[in-house]
Ligand binder design. Structure first.
Ligand code: DHB
Ligand code: FE
Length: 280
């Protein structure tokens, strides 16, 4: 029987990967940020997931503005990282589980979510930075991975409500896999940030804290926002919150919060972290 052992929401800011590469994690700017991940790593060490389903948005490494699926999923035996221009070291390939991916694709299609299927897929900082943050010591990746991309770049974007529903269908699809996997679902990105335009640098701490609270017990409150609302409240990149909603939907109706953290700013972002377990 395959089980979802938990869900993790985390920002995926490239500067986190740079701080790790430059060994700056003890510096005053970074110390509290990295310290907050210590119990999450201990939880992973104890729970030992075998598969990570990583819900993120591609930022242009794999898809570009000319061809942009709303939802896409990897169905490959491995996923390569590549240089995006942030100065991040290119990480070793991530092992996939193509058979499990195809099971998810079939189940999700049957639940009316038709995904773009990628038998080759490059993974960018949205995927790679959280993996490195969660398993910093890994000589080889201790989980097989299934990347899922949600478009938060090229408008129109899928609505928060659709993303929560997509997550609900994803959770059912994961737990219907006849294998014996322990699955952690990651939702990466957010929280508030705006990297471009007149409001560049915009962060909304009260709204971020509201999201961190509501996503635990009342995710439908966040699902009621439109993408335009999220942009107004959380900046042009604020819609990355939808990846957290997919993660939250996958965990089912009720969850227990084990850890959370909020650090502001990290680079240009109100940086959030949440570790959730399914409530029995
Ligand atoms: C930053 C945040 C992001 O989510 C991203 O994709 C790139 C950069 C930042 O805050 O620098
Ligand atoms: Fe991003």
């Amino acid at each position: 029987m395959t089980r979802i052992v938990g869900g993790i929401g985390t920002s995926h800011i490239p500067a986190i990967g740079l701080a790790m590469a430059r060994k700056q994690i003890e510096e005053p700017y970074w110390r509290a940020f990295f310290e907050a991940y210590r119990p999450v790593r201990a939880w992973l060490e104890a729970v030992k997931p075998t598969v990570a389903v990583v819900v993120y948005n591609d930022h242009g490494l794999n898809f570009f503005l000319d061809k942009m699926p709303a939802f896409a999923i990897g169905a490959a035996h491995e996923y390569r990282n590549a240089d995006e221009g942030w100065g991040l070291p290119t990480l070793p390939s991530f092992p996939g589980n193509a058979a499990f991916s195809w099971h998810l694709i079939e189940q999700l299609a049957a639940a009316d979510f038709d995904l773009t299927t990628c038998q080759e897929m490059l993974v960018d900082h949205g995927f790679v930075v959280p993996m490195q943050l969660l398993w910093p010591q890994a000589k080889s990746w201790p989980v097989r991975t299934i990347p899922i991309h949600v478009n938060t770049v090229q408008h129109p974007l899928p609505t928060p409500r659709r993303c929560l529903k997509f997550g609900e269908a994803l959770g059912k699809a994961i737990e219907s896999w006849p294998g014996n996997e322990r699955v952690v679902v990651l939702g990466t990105g957010g929280l508030s940030h705006q990297l471009d335009g007149q409001r560049a640098g915009f962060i909304n701490k009260p709204f971020d804290l509201f999201c961190l609270e509501k996503i635990v017990d009342a995710p439908e409150v966040l699902a009621n926002y439109s993408i335009r609302d999220l942009i107004e409240l959380a900046g042009t990149q604020g819609p990355e919150l939808v990846q957290w909603l997919v993660m939250r939907g996958a965990l089912g109706p009720s969850v227990r919060k084990l850890e959370s953290n909020y650090q502001v700013p990290i680079s240009n972002t109100g940086s959030g972290m949440l570790l959730l377990e399914k409530a029995a």
